[in-house]
Design a protein around this ligand. Structure first.
Ligand code: 13P
Length: 289
């Protein structure tokens, strides 16, 4: 069932758990994530970066694939199809392509411009029944060409954006896309608590979910995080399983070169990662509640 992320995140917030956003790259990724969410009776968000959208031919192809897959795989849990770190132009493309949710990443604009553009998108998303995520501060590291310095969000700026009526807010709290460096000081729970205090009931989003220790994830959920984004970890699992298959020479045995066989261990590895995260985030069994 393709839905906006609004209701699932409000439920997550009230129930003190988080919904996972897992980024997709192709058919195998999408299928693995959808089947796992269904198996675990969990709501799920499929994240699409602009780069991944382009790789998959464009947002219309992605939207058509996801909708058809939900139908043909009989996926009944709530699924949101969400643009990740969208540019202003990218948001409009996804609205047109039939996404159910978008993130407008206005964090690189001066706050006044971020507010103005976010405000415009709040109105359009409300009309279309779509959910909207905004960003304040920035997520460190790089994802698909989106580079952030990782500065922590200013809680007053977060309030200014939250008051516009967005459905979820990504606030930089020392989180980083990709692998965390060995000297990473950890999440700034002080910033997270201050942001939540200023923004009331706003579901907060934790980007850079790969490599954050479990205890920090749980603490972040306790302090108001209702959505956690995971991308790199599925890529690492897929790559490791594919490497193992090839290193064991399995592609050279029988018809092991058949793409349906070659990509199967990677697809299974993504399922295992998604399963682990859904357990950790606490969203298993929540779809039918
Ligand atoms: P990771 O790649 O670090 O898991 O981050 C994902 C993310 O935040 C997507 O926006």
């Amino acid at each position: 069932m393709l839905v906006s992320a609004k209701e699932m995140l409000q439920k997550a917030k009230a129930g003190h758990y988080a919904v996972g956003q897992f980024n997709i790259n192709n058919l195998e990724w999408t299928k693995s994530i959808l089947l796992t969410a269904q198996e675990m009776d969990s709501p799920v968000i499929l994240g699409v970066s602009e780069g991944a959208g382009k790789y998959m031919c464009g947002f219309k192809t992605v939207s058509a694939m996801v909708k058809a897959m939900i139908e043909e795989l009989n996926i009944t849990v709530p699924v949101a199809l969400h643009l990740d770190h969208g540019t202003y132009e990218g948001c409009y493309k996804c609205i047109e392509a039939g996404f159910s949710s978008i993130m407008f990443d206005g964090s690189s604009y001066p706050i006044d411009e971020n507010v103005a553009k976010t405000k415009e998108l709040v109105k359009i998303c409300a009309e279309k029944g779509m959910s909207l995520e905004a960003e304040v501060g920035s997520i460190g590291g790089e994802e698909d060409g989106v580079v952030g310095m990782g500065e922590c969000a200013d809680p007053d700026e977060c309030k200014a954006i939250a008051d516009l009526g967005v459905d979820m807010l990504a606030a930089g709290i020392g989180n980083i896309h990709g692998k965390y460096p060995a000297n990473w000081p950890g999440l700034s729970f002080e910033t997270l608590a201050a942001v939540q205090e200023k923004t009331g009931e706003m579901p907060l989003v934790l980007h850079g979910g790969t490599g954050i220790p479990d205890d920090m994830i749980k603490k972040a959920i306790n302090l108001g995080v209702a959505k956690i984004n995971v991308n790199t970890e599925c890529q690492l699992s897929f790559a490791a399983a594919t490497r193992k298959y090839i290193e064991e020479g399995k592609d050279l045995q029988g018809k092991g070169y058949d793409p349906r066989k070659l990509l199967a261990p990677g697809a299974e590895a993504i399922k295992a990662t998604v399963r682990e995260k859904i357990e950790l985030f606490g969203s298993a069994g929540k779809a039918s509640e």
